[in-house]
Every structure is written in structure tokens, then in C-alpha cells.
Design a protein around this ligand. Sequence first.
Ligand code: SAM
Length: 241
Amino acid sequence: MQEMTTKIGNSVINLFDVKQAYRRWAPVYDITFGRLVEAGRRHTIEIMNRRKGTVLEVGVGTGLSLPRYAKHLRVTGIDISPDMLNKAKGRVARHNLENVEDLQEMDAGTLEFPDEEFDTVVAMYVLTVVPNPEQVMRELERVCAPGGQVILVNHFSQDEGVRGFIERLIAPLARIIGWRPVFPVERVLGNSGLRLTDTRSLRPLGLFTMLRFIKQPDFAADRKLMPETHAGRASFNPVRT
Ligand SMILES: C[S@@+](CC[C@H](N)C(=O)[O-])C[C@H]1O[C@@H](n2cnc3c(N)ncnc32)[C@H](O)[C@@H]1O
């Protein structure tokens, strides 16, 4: 597998670091971070359950979301960490989740699926963790069907205030903690054919935000003719849930 590294300020993350970090996280994830962000995950899946068809969950982790998906959705999950995925597979077996069709070890930056394969593509608490978020956004868009939705739940950093100060302070620890404290929302906006339709600030404390994008059908068709000429722009004003 290709090893990717990016440096943002003092923050360096590569796939090896991520796998190592989630090897340590896997045994305790569900009762620590996984529980802390449960409200945001639940809210997001309630929205997804109003949709139809196929779902790709990128960075499915230990599969905490999987029992919450409505039975009419056909779900595929991928994750880079075999330790997290093993937990997810155990959960699928324990809950007998027949609508979870596949769980695969895969890098979000090089998805091994054809173009336009899924009706909904979701990545929860993942984009701050991947080495190249822009590449992952291109991949989420690529595998999403025209008119389909890409949904992100993520922490986006602030420039100012106490929170911004703390985020910059701990930024050099990115390699150890396995995610980037400094992660401006602009990194996921404006570089694809995805139109932002919904932004929600999530519990706890509005630390996380849900962004919902629609893959513009016209864009999908036009891009095949003129690959470099389109850039989806969006405004970012989260609604608090
Ligand atoms: C904070 S956890 C979130 C897990 C799950 N989405 C949830 O809601 O609990 C981040 C997950 O992203 C996975 N991940 C990190 N980098 C990845 C990559 N490049 N490709 C696929 N998964 C990745 C990690 O292994 C981990 O399981």
C-alpha cells in the first residue's frame, strides 16, 4: 500500500501512524471517544435513514453506527484499521445485521469501487485523521451517484478564541494522537462537484459539525467533458441542533 504523508504546520500524519493509533484505540474506542460522539452519529444516521438504496460508510471504525441503519439501506463499510474492522465484524455477527453487505480494509484515499456506485456516502469523524483530506473528498464524490449525497461529520478548527488557541497548542501532537487538531473547514469545501446543502452543529458543545452535500448531476456529466473547469463553492454557516 502506498504510504502517504502530509505536513500541516507541525502536524504530520501518515497511514502507518493512523493504523498504529487505532490499534491502541480499538479495545477502548466504544467506551471513550465512540461514546462521546454518539449524539452526532445518531442524528446523522436518522437523516440517512430517510434515504433509499446503498450506503458507503468510510472509516466505519468499530461499527457503532451499523445497528442504527434502517433495514431498507444496503450498507458497505471500509476502514484502514484491521483492529477497528474486526470489532465491526463482531458487531455485525452479534446483531445479525443482514443489511450490512460488506466490510473491507481499504484506504479512503484510494477507494476500490467503481464511479457512482453508492446513493449515500458518509464519513463520520474521519477527515481529520486521513493523510490527504482533499484526495478523500475527491474519492467520496467519485463513488457517489449523481444526485446522491455525501455526508461528513467532523471537527473543524477555529482561528480565534480559547478553542483555537488550544487546537494550535496541541497541533504538534497530531502524529501521536492520530488526528489533526487544526483542520479548517475550507479543506473540504470548494474542490469538487459537491454542493453544500446543510450544515449542523452537533453535540457535544458544538465541537463537531455535520455537512451534507449533493453531487450535482450536471457536474457529473460535464466533468467527463471538461475535467478542470468546475469547482463547487459553498457557504458555511452551521445550524445548531
Ligand atoms: C475517530 S474514528 C471514527 C469511527 C466511526 N466513523 C465512528 O463514528 O465512530 C476514525 C476511523 O477512521 C479510520 N481511518 C483513518 N484513516 C483512514 C483511511 N485513510 N482510510 C480509511 N479509514 C481510515 C480509522 O481507522 C478509524 O476507524
